[in-house]
Design a protein. Structure first.
Length: 55
């Protein structure tokens, strides 16, 4: 049950961050959004590793 919530949160963050990367006009701002994108992907990795280690 918690898995679905975290995946929805990660997908929501991913879509907002992709929009930020596409619409940013500054290179530094685009790199910051890219770093946040990696954080959203890492949230997926941690969630799946926690989920599969419990089973």
């Amino acid at each position: 049950m918690i898995l679905e919530y975290v995946l929805v949160l990660s997908a929501f963050l991913f879509s907002i961050i992709i929009f930020g990367v596409v619409t940013s006009q500054n290179l530094i701002q685009a790199l910051i959004f890219l770093e946040l994108l990696f954080d959203a992907v890492n949230l997926n990795f941690v969630t799946f590793s926690f989920f599969y280690s419990r089973n």
